[in-house]
Design a protein around this ligand. Structure first.
Ligand code: GLU
Length: 338
């Protein structure tokens, strides 16, 4: 059932609806089940949202369904660390190289003793350690405030997911203590781990992800509220790392096939950014063996192909995304003129 006039008349909405229907029947993959809360996800959940840099929103399916942000928090907290400390200090603690290893591997860059990049758990924990604030409450509030700027609404931590992440987080604890041992993170190891588990457990919708993506696409300024969520100076740092390391050890193939900076998380979300144009947020919890949402990857591949979104693409697209977005009512125009 359409929700508004725009739902009826926007050609982009109709396109997204067709894409949603095409992939809803795809039942491959499995939900993450390392904690019971994620294992209970409904395999039918599937939402797609696009927010463009003019602030127009297009959404279909379960775009209001909440899920935990998980690893999608990593690039945004990295941006916050850059704002707190600047490039040089952050670079001393977290590198810039893809690993080709699993996101939770216990590997540090042998030469510098630092995590390889901020998108693997080691790098994300080191990034979280860099957040300023006198106690864990103040540090968490800093993260929540940042997400408020990106999404335009207050987000909260899903407490049962946080407690489960904490109870089962031995591997992350091992990574953190290894980094502490080599002087890469401060003494407040347990506090930093608690904040990391909470940042992964923040509840979002795919519409929030699209807003976050649109804000990065719009030089760090939320296109609806007009608030600056991250200094424009650091947007390229965040997007570059998303481009090279954002999709687990599928990052290379993703860059080849889709060609957009993106980040995925184990609960089934993906945020992708089309610089200057829009943010795309997709949620569907069925994952492939590398931990990426199967439906979300397919949708992004198709969007990139049909609208010519690949950053290095040189082929005429099937549709013109700019046209669909800047004139959201061409169906009405066509009707009234003909
Ligand atoms: N909470 C998860 C962990 O740190 C994040 C997993 C993910 O989304 O990649 O293991």
């Amino acid at each position: 059932m359409p929700n508004s006039l725009q739902d009826i008349i926007s050609p982009l909405h109709n396109y997204l609806m067709a894409l949603y229907q095409k992939y809803q029947s795809l039942k491959e993959g499995k939900v993450a089940d390392y904690i019971p809360e994620l294992g209970r996800a409904d395999t039918d959940w599937f939402g797609i949202s696009i927010v463009n840099t003019d602030g127009q929103i297009y959404q279909v399916g379960d775009y209001q369904q909440s899920f935990t942000i998980q690893s999608i928090s990593k690039p945004f907290v990295y941006g916050l660390a850059l704002e707190n400390y600047g490039r040089e200090t952050v670079l001393n603690r977290v590198g810039l190289e893809p690993t080709g290893e699993a996101f939770n591997s216990i590997v540090l860059d042998a030469k510098n003793n630092r995590p390889c990049n901020p998108m693997v758990n080691a790098g994300a924990i080191a990034t979280t350690d860099l957040l300023t604030g006198e106690d864990s409450g103040a540090r968490l509030q800093q993260i929540l405030k940042m997400f408020h700027l990106y999404t335009g609404r207050r987000l909260d931590v899903d407490i049962p997911v946080f407690l489960s992440e904490k109870a089962t987080g031995s591997r992350n604890r091992a990574i953190a203590y290894l980094m502490h041992n080599s002087g890469m993170i401060s003494d407040r190891v347990e506090e930093t781990l608690n904040i990391y588990f909470q940042q992964c457990s923040i509840s979002v919708t795919c519409n929030d992800l699209a807003m976050m993506g649109a804000t990065l696409a719009n030089k760090g300024k939320n296109p609806i509220t007009g608030e600056q969520a991250i200094k424009s100076h650091y947007v390229q740092d965040v997007l570059s790392l998303m481009h090279t390391c954002g999709m687990y050890d599928f990052a290379g193939e993703w860059a080849y096939r889709v060609g957009l900076p993106a980040k995925s998380g184990v609960s089934g979300g993906i945020v992708a950014v089309v610089p200057g144009k829009c943010g795309i947020g997709i949620f569907s919890p069925l994952l492939d063996a590398k931990g990426n949402s199967i439906r979300a990857v397919k949708v992004c591949e198709e969007l990139a192909k049909d609208f010519g979104l690949h950053l290095y693409g040189a082929v005429e697209p099937t549709y013109d995304l700019a046209f669909s977005m800047q004139q959201p009512y061409p169906f009405l125009t066509a009707t009234s003129s003909g």
